[in-house]
Design a protein around this ligand. Structure first.
Ligand code: ARG
Ligand code: GLU
Length: 719
């Protein structure tokens, strides 16, 4: 007995130890003081939770920006200057690029504020405050509500809370669910709409290593770009105008030139998008063994086609640069994730946790009464949802990647309205909207690529299974004897929706003739697939997702009762979070250990004329050989490029400030290491590392490489 107790004490002790070093979690800024401050300080943090998030005075949270919809940026000057990743600014940089003025390839530096470039649709969002509104939401929820009644009640409560929070202000607000709807928080934001491009390194620096190195360490990417937030005269958000002025922030981050050392405390403050770390073994199995492999294959097929045409001419390369980057990024991520779960026994570990849960529940009558059948219910729902998830995956990754199909579908309201009533006075307005979209659509799509993608996808979509394929699919299969390329060629020649020329003919049709479009082959494919999606896939998934959601809500609640010793954190949901950890290398695989930083020497080492991703330009090479690093060199004399740490991050954390114990900027987060890519599902403290570009490399490129020292002068440097 005594021995057992000792083991238990030891076990808890080591658990705590590993927990202190484990660094798992993405924490809510307003809960840091209660949950994390002590631990952060014991790991080296020299400030307080109040310095990170305060409602009473300017604090770090006022310097963190949700950049666009899926990235983070940080304010680094009193004139609204912000830093984010090159891959976050990529779409904007591409939109300003042309064959003759290729900012992607050559980089861009505004040498004065007049030269900064506007970006339609790009926003910079700053959190004003957040608040726990669980009690207010719960007032609307009654025991015994069905899942959809519960959802409706939450929506009603959220609308009320949002309306109150934004009354008489220019603010935006949102209520978000945490812990699968066990808790709710309100977020009030200020959204800036005039965000200008200030600078970007050439892709040979900003995207150095490209997809070859993506999701991997050792890494040598100078993954940063520079923007500026503009506001009106009163420092309020305003649409783009020449009269707007640089935004005066409540806070901006000082930048440390001292670099980091192994085991230094760091934290990452940003907007992680989605994690699913409570997912049970069954769910992890479906994602990593069933869904990812299909998505990986469909994406590879698409990318091969895109790459083929992108290599043929420069205009296509620029046109598809941003698109293929998006496809490639999660293509590789899914490979790393599936591999990591397999390699580090993710399913076995999750199963063991579930068995321990079950054991404790069954051993305690009170818990058993509440949670005794939970695991069995999960099993059942996971079986039921499987075919719908599989079909959805094919739909999203396959059907939805045929751009002409999506485009044809956007005509659905118009065509349906014309069929119901060719004299409807709705028609001119609907038509006008569509005509406005036409040019943009055909500018963004390369017809040969889309046609080949269509043929290839139709072939692979057979895997969706009879139950989820529309009848028209089989008609075409018979007609073309499963020669899907031939089928796609014919469709693209004849459809109203596959070229600007044909589309113009469609717009010229008299109202009475619009109904002919219902027989258009691309339109029929669109309505066939989307019809099945809307009537079968989506409702099936929604039904079982709702069941899963309510089971997970109970499960997460149960976890806190069954494992009271565990500190819990809510999955990422695109809200502002803090992750903290230490600068550290890792044991990658058997016999392979990685160091915690990379240097410019590694860029030169990687250079390879045969691999486009490893191109290094002469200017950078010269700086390397002359060792002209100025104040940006490390104390060891080298130019540090990247470093890794144990901060728990995910997609959306790109561009996040990486801060030292004093809250000074030491890096910009941009990726994770290959062996730890599975951290959205399972965080392994021995494998998971976030990758940052060293802030000194960023400044070195801005100053020494690009000669944009006026930007560095705007910043506050800590030497
Ligand atoms: N993997 C990083 C992230 O998830 C960087 C992506 C950059 N894109 C690329 N295709 N290389 O966004
Ligand atoms: N590159 C990712 C992003 O765009 C961040 C890396 C990650 O997913 O951890 O947000």
């Amino acid at each position: 007995m005594k021995f057992k107790a000792l083991i238990l004490v030891l076990f808890l002790f080591t658990q705590n130890l590993t927990q202190a070093l484990a660094d798992e979690g993405m924490w809510l800024p307003i809960l840091l003081e209660t949950l994390n401050e002590d631990e952060m300080q014991s790991m080296g943090f020299k400030l307080t939770a109040e310095d990170i998030y305060s409602i009473n005075h300017g604090s770090m949270k006022d310097g963190v920006v949700l950049f666009g919809r899926g990235c983070t940026a940080e304010i680094v000057s009193d004139q609204g200057l912000i830093l984010t990743n090159h891959h976050c600014g990529y779409g904007s940089i591409a939109r300003h690029s042309s064959v003759d003025n290729d900012l992607l390839t050559d980089g861009f530096w505004a040498m004065s504020q007049e030269e900064e470039l506007k970006n339609d649709g790009l926003t910079a969002t700053i959190l004003v405050r957040m608040e726990d509104v669980t009690a207010q939401v719960m007032e609307f929820i009654e025991d015994g509500m069905t899942e959809s009644e519960r959802q409706a009640a939450i929506e009603k409560a959220s609308n009320k809370i949002v309306a109150e929070a934004t009354a008489n202000t220019h603010y935006d607000a949102k209520v978000k669910a945490f812990y699968y709807g066990n808790e709710f928080y309100l977020f009030v934001y200020e959204v800036f709409e005039d965000v200008r491009l200030v600078g970007a390194p050439p892709s040979s620096i900003g995207k150095f290593g490209g997809d070859t190195d993506n999701w991997m360490w050792p890494r040598h990417t100078g993954d940063f770009s520079v923007f500026r937030i503009y506001a009106d005269k009163d420092n309020k958000p305003a649409a783009y105008s020449k009269d707007n002025v640089p935004y005066k922030p409540k806070y901006f981050f000082p930048i440390s030139l001292k670099g980091v050392q192994e085991n230094d405390f760091t934290f990452v403050f940003g907007y992680p998008g989605t994690t699913q770390h409570y997912t049970l073994a069954d769910g992890v199995q479906q994602i990593t063994e069933e869904e990812n492999p299909v998505a990986i294959s469909l994406r590879r097929t698409r990318m091969d086609i895109m790459e083929k045409y992108m290599a043929l001419d420069n205009a296509t390369r620029i046109q598809y640069a941003s698109k293929i980057a998006g496809v490639a990024n999660y293509w590789k991520k899914m490979m790393g994730e599936s591999k990591g779960i397999r390699q580090w026994n993710g399913i076995r570990k999750k199963t063991a946790e579930e068995e321990e849960f079950e054991k404790r529940v069954q051993a305690n009558p009170e818990l058993k009464a509440k949670y005794g059948t939970l695991m069995a219910e999960f099993d059942k729902v996971y079986e039921e949802i499987r075919p719908y998830n599989a079909a959805f995956n094919y739909f999203f990754e396959g059907v939805w990647s045929i751009e002409a199909l999506k485009y044809a579908w956007s005509f659905n309201n118009y065509i349906s309205a014309a069929i119901t009533d060719p004299n409807s006075n709705e028609l001119p307005r609907l038509k006008e909207d569509l005509e406005k979209k036409m040019e943009g659509h055909f500018n963004g799509v390369h017809n040969d690529i889309d046609r080949e993608v269509c043929g290839a996808m139709l072939a692979e979509l057979e895997g969706m299974g009879k139950d989820f394929l529309p009848e028209y699919y089989f008609t075409l299969k018979d007609e073309y004897k499963a020669d899907w390329n031939n089928c796609a060629n014919t469709i693209y020649e004849n459809s109203y929706f596959t070229s600007a020329e044909n589309n113009t003919k469609f717009f010229a049709l008299k109202n009475k003739k619009i109904k002919m479009a219902a027989e258009d082959p691309m339109y029929k494919l669109a309505t066939g697939f989307i019809g099945i999606y809307l009537t079968k896939i989506q409702p099936g998934r929604a039904k079982y997702e709702a069941k899963l959601d309510s089971l997970y809500r109970i499960y997460v609640q149960a976890l806190s009762e069954v494992f009271p010793e565990k500190r819990m954190w809510p999955d990422a949901n695109s809200t502002l979070r803090v992750a903290y950890g230490k600068v550290q290398g890792y044991d990658a695989t058997d016999a392979v250990k990685y160091d915690w930083y990379t240097t410019l020497a590694g860029v030169i080492e990687k250079e390879d004329p045969a691999i486009a991703d490893y191109y290094v330009d002469e200017k950078l090479e010269n700086l390397y050989y002359s060792k002209d690093y100025g104040m940006y060199a490390d104390s060891d004399g080298t130019m540090h490029v990247g470093f890794i740490a144990t901060n728990h991050t995910t997609g959306g954390n790109s561009g996040s400030p990486v801060l030292n114990a004093n809250g000074e900027l030491v890096g910009i987060n941009f990726d994770r290491v290959w062996e730890g890519t599975m951290s959205d599902l399972m965080f392994d403290p021995n494998k998971c590392r976030n990758i940052s570009v060293d802030i000194r490399y960023v400044l070195f490129i801005i100053d020494k490489y690009a000669g944009a020292s006026h930007l560095v002068e705007e910043m506050k440097l800590i030497k």
